[in-house]
Design a protein around this ligand. Structure first.
Ligand code: ATP
Length: 254
């Protein structure tokens, strides 16, 4: 669980996050949605310790990281898995080397032990037999699954995903969403997903935080989104055709 308390962050006298209180639940996919420029990335970077908050605190399972000393950051880093936008695999490394990278960085495991773990996670994301391939030799969806395997190989307590579906076709995007959700449930991970994708909201929006102008404008579940009368939320989500269609079908009783 990640608890955010009165989080403020600004740049050059301009406040971007204006006092956010929120709790990301363990074992759930916690989505952050909101318009471009609403502060989602700044929020994520504050949680990762890449930006120091101007005010407020972030607690990881009750442990406060309000000042993020170098030592604290190092320790926390070993407990975090990160799925970057676009996958961000190392092009010159094989699939196996990519997935092994966090183990080499953050553990003292022997090579055999690392390989066993890498093969275990590759199997989990249905990529067994692809370990010697280069990223350029596999599809975009497979690359994303390699990135997921790399993000979870060190058994993280917290998983951060920045636009995990960008650049994928809808069917592959759904596979990726479901994989993230299954891994979250299986391993009781506190998963935070930044997304623009309304399909993801409908698929895996167990908990949704809607940011607007640096404030938490609304929170709820994917089911709540259909019933809210909050105009800021409805204006945002119903600008998506997918949402409109699902809503219309619901009203017709399908
Ligand atoms: N390092 C920085 N220095 C100064 N301003 C910044 C910095 N990082 C972000 N900002 C500003 O903070 C605001 C919020 O940006 P942020 O990237 O968090 O938005 P976002 O919601 O993630 O947008 P998008 O959906 O387009 O990625 C923007 O006005 C941006 O210019």
């Amino acid at each position: 669980m990640i608890q955010v308390k009165d989080l403020h962050k600004g740049f050059n006298g301009q406040e971007v996050l204006k006092g956010i209180d929120y709790q990301f639940e363990r074992g759930k996919t916690n989505l952050i949605i909101g318009q471009s420029g609403s502060g989602k990335s700044v929020f994520l970077k504050c949680m990762l310790g890449l930006f120091k908050p101007d005010q407020g605190a972030i607690e990881y399972d009750g442990k406060p990281y309000s000042n993020f000393s170098d030592e604290e950051q190092r320790e926390l880093r070993t407990e975090i898995g990160m799925l970057f936008q676009g996958g961000a695999l190392f092009d010159s490394m094989t699939v196996e080397e990519n997935v092994m990278f966090p183990l080499r960085m953050f553990t003292n495991q022997k090579r055999g032990e690392m390989r066993d773990r890498v093969h275990e996670v590759l199997e989990r994301v249905n990529l067994e037999g692809n370990d010697t391939k280069m990223p350029s030799e596999i599809s975009g969806g497979m690359q994303k699954r390699v990135a997921i395997a790399r993000a979870i190989v060190n058994k993280p307590k917290y998983l951060f995903c920045d636009e995990p579906n960008s650049g994928l076709d809808p069917q592959t995007a759904t596979v990726i969403d479901n994989l993230i959700q299954q891994l979250t449930h299986e391993n009781e991970i506190t998963t935070v997903v930044i997304t623009h994708d309304m399909n993801s909201v409908l698929e895996i929006g167990e908990r949704i935080a809607f940011l607007k102008d640096g404030l938490l404008a609304w929170k709820g579940t994917k089911e709540d989104i259909f019933h809210t009368q909050d105009k800021t939320v409805t204006d945002f989500v119903y600008s998506s055709n997918l949402f409109k269609k699902v809503r219309e079908a619901q009203l017709k009783g399908h």
